[in-house]
Ligand binder design. Structure first.
Ligand code: ATP
Ligand code: MG
Length: 291
């Protein structure tokens, strides 16, 4: 049993050191005060709610006047379009291959934010090739001056493509559920972000929480393990910042099945209220409040 696992009861079999993905310095596109903040929404395990959180968080922030774009950074298996019930004629792939202009691929959504969608089932975009890397970077650079916030809805895990898209962001939101498998994978991802991208902190959102206080306790447990085993370049342990919990709520599945935004379909349900609270925290801590 890896030594880390002995200290965290919620995740009894934490993995050993995560395999190093092809490195490269964190490429965070530094946005000046006039440019968008870039936040990556990522996770260790798949299916934990990244796309649901990204889309609804974007809607909540757009409501307050922020200019928000969600980019489907899950380039090989994109599904933001499915969740938003959009049928893009032009996608990010067409921009990458020079078949379309960036302007033509940006779609407006019913949530009041813009979306840049990727196609699905395109194996050539599931790997980080030098072409994908440079095209991705130029798209982000072109978008930055036009928005207050770019949310990157990444794939799950620690593939080089996921790590590259996360490296473009100044802030990272890790979505995890309270399940041990999700937490062990979250830990692995956080470890890679500390060691490979030299991040000093990441932000945690615990989705599908079943009890109040779940997220804070889980974040505390993960922090204890990090404090013991991972130190950042500065010599300080990586800091986990708990941003909020989203309860498990049947209205979420219902909204996803109907391909509606939860915030529009059931704005008063517990999960929608939690998203609004999370948006408020992000706006007050990470964004310049909209005029
Ligand atoms: N708070 C919640 N309450 C209930 N169900 C939820 C909640 N959040 C997410 N779900 C369910 O989890 C499913 C997966 O969510 P989502 O597609 O956003 O995950 P993901 O992390 O983006 O997945 P992937 O790793 O495949 O990109 C949703 O379709 C929804 O049914
Ligand atoms: Mg997703």
């Amino acid at each position: 049993m890896p030594i880390e696992s002995q200290t965290m009861s919620a995740a009894p079999s934490l993995p050993p050191a995560a395999p190093a993905a092809p490195a490269g310095p964190a490429a965070a596109v530094s946005a000046g005060s006039a440019g968008a903040r870039i936040i990556a929404v990522t996770s260790g395990k798949g299916g934990v709610g990244k796309t649901f959180v990204s889309a609804n968080l974007a809607a909540a922030l757009a409501r307050t006047g922020q200019r928000v774009l969600v980019l489907d950074a899950d380039l090989g298996l994109a599904n933001l379009d499915v969740m938003l019930n959009l049928h893009p004629k032009t996608t990010l792939h067409d921009v990458f291959t020079g078949k379309a202009r960036l302007e033509d691929a940006v779609m407006t959504t019913p949530g009041g934010f813009d979306a840049l969608l990727a196609g699905s089932g395109m194996a050539e975009y599931s790997r980080l090739t030098p072409e994908v890397r440079s095209q991705f970077l130029s798209v982000i650079e072109a978008l930055t001056p036009r928005y207050d916030l770019l949310l990157l809805d990444t794939g799950a895990g620690i593939s080089d493509l996921v790590l590259f898209s996360v490296s473009l962001a100044c802030e990272v939101l890790i979505v995890a559920t309270p399940e041990p498998t999700s937490l062990t994978d979250a830990y692995a991802a956080i470890k890679v972000l500390a060691m490979q991208q030299k991040r000093q902190h990441v932000r945690m959102v615990i989705n599908q929480a079943t009890r109040p206080g779940d997220g804070r306790a889980i974040t505390g447990q993960l922090q204890q393990v990090l404090d013991r085993f991972i130190s950042t370049e500065s010599g300080h342990p990586m800091r986990l910042i708990h941003m909020g919990d989203i309860p498990s709520d049947p209205s979420v599945r219902d909204a996803v099945m109907r391909r509606h935004l939860l915030l529009l379909q059931t704005p008063g349900c517990p999960a929608a209220l939690a998203i609004a609270q999370l948006a408020n925290k992000i706006e007050t801590t990470l964004l310049v409040p909209a005029a």
